[in-house]
Design a protein around this ligand. Structure first.
Ligand SMILES: C[S@@+](CC[C@H](N)C(=O)[O-])C[C@H]1O[C@@H](n2cnc3c(N)ncnc32)[C@H](O)[C@@H]1O
Length: 230
């Protein structure tokens, strides 16, 4: 799959409504479906951010605020932004200090505002990846870095088991424990349709980022992508 073939429409209103509906059990279900490994992946994102020692960080699509909280505890000036109010409520309860409701596709910040931007498991929901990367680049300061933690293309030997888990086991479990099993079918589907690591890196490069790189984790289930603004 390449970035151009990823044409599934992601209706922002539906995405917003869906995350609103699953906000309460969101953290628990994350831990359960990832067997707790999602905590490690977010920590690796924070490690990546630390390498450039930014002062101001925007955690985009912050959701229930786990990444924002991690970075806040490490002493950065962190703003968490999300377009789903119920998710922001969870982040507020956890203690994230600076939160803002807003759309990643059209951010309420002037050009050159942040030293770093993080996105954990939010990017694949954006309606247009190329426009999102351009908007992120606009609000990054020159020399600033974007760090995107997303699902990726796992190692070949692991694919069969992984896609069976995503398409069959996860929706089945979601049906047993959640009132919104459809939301988890959407999530599984969006993971399968998301561009592979090479394609996302290519998108970063063509939208003007430099020093583009990525690192895969846990058999390639996720990757953290990096790019800097000139
Ligand atoms: C899978 S959750 C990830 C939340 C959090 N970053 C984490 O690590 O758990 C995706 C989040 O992206 C948000 N989101 C999706 N599209 C967005 C957009 N265009 N603007 C702002 N937030 C968006 C959703 O509301 C949701 O809270």
């Amino acid at each position: 799959m390449n970035a151009n073939s990823e044409t599934t429409p992601r209706d922002p209103a539906k995405v917003q409504e869906m995350f609103g509906k699953i906000s309460k059990p969101y953290d628990c279900i994350n831990r359960l479906f990832s067997l707790g490994i999602d905590v490690y992946w977010r920590k690796q994102l924070a490690v990546s951010v630390a390498q450039n020692q930014p002062k101001s960080v925007l955690d985009l699509a912050t959701g229930s605020g786990d990444v924002a909280l991690l970075l806040q505890k490490q002493g950065y000036d962190v703003t968490g932004m999300d377009f789903c109010a119920p998710m922001l409520e969870l982040a507020k309860k956890k203690g994230v200090k600076k939160l803002l409701q807003g759309d990643a596709m059209n951010m309420p910040f002037p050009d050159n505002s942040f030293d770093a931007i993080t996105i954990a498991f939010g990017f694949r929901n954006f309606v247009n990846y190329e426009l999102a990367l351009k908007e992120i680049r606009r609000v990054l300061k020159p020399g600033g870095m974007v760090h995107i933690l997303e699902f990726s293309n796992p190692s070949r030997w692991f694919c069969g088991l992984y896609y069976f888990y995503l398409s069959k086991v996860m929706p089945f479990m979601a049906g047993l424990i959640s009132r919104n099993p459809k939301a988890y079918s959407y999530l599984a589907n969006s993971v399968e349709k998301f561009p592979d690591a090479e394609s996302l890196s290519w998108l970063l490069a063509v939208t003007g980022y430099e020093k583009v790189s990525w690192q895969k984790y846990t058999f390639g289930i996720v990757a953290i992508h990096h790019g800097s603004k000139k």
